[in-house]
Ligand binder design. Structure first.
Ligand code: PEP
Ligand code: MG
Length: 896
């Protein structure tokens, strides 16, 4: 890159250097400002400094690239020409806003500085020019406050305190009661705070101010909060942020001016009506900060909230009508719900931002389905519009309508869902308790980007201040956390040990339940019920199923889980972990008896007890899944999960088996392994103790025969051998499996197809898959163990140090959550290719936890496997993710 590189893109006055396609270069905000200006919408002129400058800045020891300064000067002059003002001029000063704008919207970074360019001199010019001295000095004090906070990093509380004291002493209540002279006095106070804190005066050179703000934006790209956010949302650091500099328009020029935020559809429900809030005589940040309570945008909104203050539709009908036209134009152009920021200056509308609006899962579904029906987008596009992760919100419980409840308070229904937990008042504590496994509800006066980690850790969030577009509301919706906002009656004690509401006191550690959909908070834990899924859900899932190539199965053992999975659209069972069928009290004793037996006879006695239990379990499973394949894995317990630990447990086994308790204890001691995950588990058990697998195969085939007879439907068991490393293991076991299966079929006189296959969960199995496929009719990738054995990273113990690996960027993701494409993925590719070479029709699937993770599903689609198998509740997520992966692969779902 040379001095000739274009670092700065201008927009405004009906022309733009860039457009929405340059999002990576201009950031989301910059690209959309350019696009809006080109569409002829009223956008204050401005320019964007590209994300490449940010990257170059960090690559070059925080130095700006050559040529940038000249390009900024030229672009600034261009803004001045467009509005007929000059930056830094004493009589006719151009003021600008400076905002960050990454590709993805990112709380935690420096957000906005308004009114930049004001100094002791230019403020006089502004006062004269506007004919409103009060407005000019109000703007100047806002600027000093904001700039000092975000650029100079002077603690904002000092400014707030000074203002509060000043107001109290003079019996002022609202900021709007302060006169120009009041603001002048306050400005002197503010400047003193800065000088005291920094040892030098507040900068009076507009150029210095501008470069200070630009530097603060770039600097904030790597601050701790931004780092945390990037980590949580998997945003690469290499993306960088852009900086947007734009001519100021003023929402604080009196009663005919205002500022607001709006959505073209309701972001909570997805209903097709305009939705938003505005504040008269205010500047943009006032709405988001939640300091004053905003008024509704529409009459409808006002009536729904039962408010008296007039809506913008009623109070400013002309500007509102103009805004409606902009909504329509933007939605048709972007073909998605828009989240808009605007300012009215003396009745004239100005657009400050548009972006695809964040929404709840319910709203995402409704908007996608509605827009498709309205002809705005195709079915494939609709499928791509819903984030599969967000379906979790819909599949989660809500409050049991019949359960008694003791209501504590109401607030705004900021983000739906129900959750119970202990009250905590700060984010660090929320995170700490959550790490200890405690559900917590974070209660705050308001939240700021510093609270992201606490909000993430909490089950739900309650704030005393702030509207539906406040930080807490927007972030909670994005995270899918239930949230109640603006609960104004809540008074949090300074000690942060209790809050009071309506004469009641709630202490830290007490349990409360929040209902984010209703905006209510209850004392104690209120029971919850599963949600009913809307028609939109079924419609969208239907569209997803139409385009999906991969099948989606579920990992399930119990008939209940299998039924849930089938109801959620699972197309079979991909993994029934038979050892999980043994966790119940009466069964685990028999399993322990079997494991602890010293000889075959003892094992056979225990197995005889287990056979009827297994058979009836399998019968139930086959009944729920009639017509669909069911993969049953033969016993694979790392022994430590089943060995008795306490004397009491030993005693139980002794009683049941008639064995001596002392001997049992010895035997348990002998069986103790130092590394059970790599120990006597999986097919190794089958090799050592053939009778265990023989019993299980008998139970499977007997159950299949009886359900096939009973229902007249096809029952197709797929018998799966775990933890195979060598072909010989499988060959020996398969021979035994076939012998038992054929014997049972003969006994029962039933014809029935069954398959024998293996899990691929060891690197050696993957690398020799051509050999293994000689005996395996299917492979199921056990990516939990395959990840463990590929990395040599314990599934059970790595949580303790994985955060270090994530923080230091060694891992971008937890490899147990999202499949490692380079290592584990390479093994999958090799195994799939080798397996198919030996046996072209071999069935390939994945049944590790990754089967329910959308990013991993994208990988699995790319590898061409036949199915994914995941936990029952994730089935819809997997169906949608599989459809999106297919569309992405064929590029059929690309959106404008
Ligand atoms: C696996 O290892 O991925 C797997 C599905 O088996 P389990 O989790 O039971 O070890
Ligand atoms: Mg495994």
């Amino acid at each position: 890159m040379s001095d000739k590189t274009k670092w700065v893109y201008s927009f405004g006055a009906g022309h733009s250097d860039g457009d929405a396609s340059l999002r990576n270069l201009l950031g989301g905000k910059g690209a959309n400002l350019a696009e809006m200006a080109s569409l002829g919408l009223p956008v204050p002129p401005g320019f964007t400094i590209t994300t490449e400058v940010c990257t170059a800045f960090y690559a070059n020891d925080r130095q700006y690239p050559g040529g940038l300064k000249d390009q900024v000067d030229a672009a600034l002059a261009k803004i001045g020409e467009a509005v007929g003002m000059v930056f830094g001029d004493k009589t006719n000063p151009l003021l600008v806003s400076v905002r960050s704008g990454a590709r993805a919207s990112m709380p935690g970074m420096m957000d906005t500085v308004l009114n930049l360019g004001l100094t002791d001199e230019t403020v006089k010019g502004l006062a004269k020019l506007s004919g409103d001295e009060r407005f000019a000095y109000d703007s100047y004090r806002r600027f000093i406050q904001m700039y000092s906070d975000v650029v100079l990093e002077v603690d904002h509380h000092s400014f707030e305190e000074l203002l509060e004291t000043y107001k109290e002493e003079r019996d002022y209540f609202l900021d709007t009661e302060l006169s120009a002279d009041d603001w002048k006095t306050i400005i002197e106070g503010y400047k003193k705070i800065v000088a005291d804190a920094l040892g030098k005066p507040f900068p009076q050179d507009p150029q210095e101010q501008l470069w200070g703000a630009i530097g603060a934006v770039f600097g904030s790209w790597r601050n701790e909060r931004a780092d945390t956010y990037r980590r949580l949302h998997h945003i690469p650091e290499s993306w960088g942020t852009a900086v947007n500099v734009q001519a100021m328009v003023f929402g604080n020029m009196g009663e005919t001016s205002a500022t607001g935020v709006a959505f073209t559809r309701d972001p909570s429900t997805g209903d097709n009506h305009y939705y938003g809030e505005f504040l008269v005589n205010a500047q943009g940040e006032d709405v988001v900060a939640g300091i004053r309570t905003p008024q509704a945008l529409t009459r409808r909104g006002r009536e729904a909230m039962d408010e008296d203050a007039p809506s913008m539709e009623e109070a400013m009908p002309k500007a509102y009508a103009e805004l409606e036209k902009v909504f329509e134009k933007l939605e048709n152009h972007y073909r998605d719900m828009q989240d808009i920021e605007f300012t009215i200056q003396n009745e004239k509308l100005w657009m400050l931002q548009t972006r695809n609006g964040k929404r709840t899962a319910t709203a995402a579904l409704k908007i996608a389905v509605d827009m498709c029906k309205e002809g705005l987008i195709s079915e494939e596009e609709a499928v791509c519009r819903v984030d599969p992760h967000s379906l979790d919100q819909l599949l989660h419980p809500s409050l049991d309508p019949d359960a008694p409840r003791d209501q504590l308070l109401t607030g705004l229904p900021a983000s739906p869902g129900a959750a119970s937990g202990e009250v905590v008042f700060n984010s660090d504590e929320a995170e700490r308790l959550a790490q200890e496994g405690k559900p917590v509800i974070l209660v705050r006066i308001e939240t700021s980007p510093e609270d992201i980690h606490g909000m993430h850790a909490a089950k739900g969030i309650v704030t005393a201040r702030g509207g539906m577009t406040s930080h807490a509301a927007v972030v909670a919706r994005g995270m899918g956390r239930p949230c109640v906002c603006g609960a104004g009656d809540v008074k949090i004690d300074k000690s942060e040990t209790f809050f009071t509401v309506g004469g009641r006191q709630v202490k830290k550690g007490e349990t409360v339940t929040i209902d984010g959909g209703e905006g209510k908070v209850f004392a104690g834990a209120v029971p919850t019920v599963q949600p009913e899924l809307s028609g939109d859900f079924a419609t969208l899932m239907g569209w997803a199923d139409k385009v999906r190539r991969m099948k989606v199965r579920a990992n399930a053992e119990t008939p209940h889980d299998a039924q849930v999975a089938r109801d959620f659209g699972a197309e079979g069972i991909g993994l029934c972990r038979t050892e999980h069928m043994f966790f119940e009290a009466d069964r685990i004793i028999a399993v322990r008896e079997m494991i602890l037996s010293e000889d075959k006879k003892g094992r056979e006695a225990a197995l005889a007890k287990l056979l009827p239990m297994q058979r009836s379990d399998f019968e139930e499973l086959f009944r729920v899944m009639t017509g669909l394949p069911v993969t049953i894995r033969l016993l694979d317990p790392p022994l430590h999960e089943f060995l008795p630990h306490s004397d009491e447990e030993i005693e139980e086994v002794a009683k049941s088996s008639g064995m001596d308790a002392g001997k049992l204890k010895d035997r348990a001691h002998k069986l103790h392994e130092f590394n059970p995950m790599l120990g006597h588990r999986g097919c190794r058990l089958g090799v050592s103790y053939p009778e265990i697998y023989e019993m299980q195969v008998r139970a499977i085939i007997e159950a299949a025969c009886s359900v096939a007879k009973e229902t007249g439907e096809k029952v197709t068991p797929e018998i799966m051998v775990p933890l195979v490393a060598k072909r010989e293991e499988l060959a020996i076991l398969k021979e035994r499996i076939d012998a038992v299966a054929l014997a049972v079929l003969k006994e029962k006189n039933v014809k029935l197809d069954y398959l024998v296959g293996t899990m691929i969960e060891l690197p050696r199995a993957a690398l020799t898959a051509d050999e293994i496929a000689k005996d395996a009719e299917f492979f199921s990738f056990g990516t939990n163990d395959l990840t463990q054995t590929t990395f040599g990273l314990s599934r059970d113990d790595s949580a303790a140090f994985l955060p270090d690996y994530l923080r230091q960027g060694i891992f971008e993701r937890d490899p147990f959550v999202t499949l490692d494409p380079e290592g584990v993925g390479a093994l999958i590719h090799i195994a799939a290719e080798k397996g198919r070479k030996t046996r072209p029709e071999i069935k390939l699937g994945i049944c590790g936890e990754h089967g329910g993770d959308p990013d991993s599903i994208r990988f699995v689609e790319g590898a061409g496997l036949d199915y994914v198998s995941c936990s029952p509740f994730r089935t819809p997520i997997a169906r949608l993710a599989a459809a999106q992966a297919k569309l992405e692969k064929s590029d059929g779902g690309s959106t404008a």
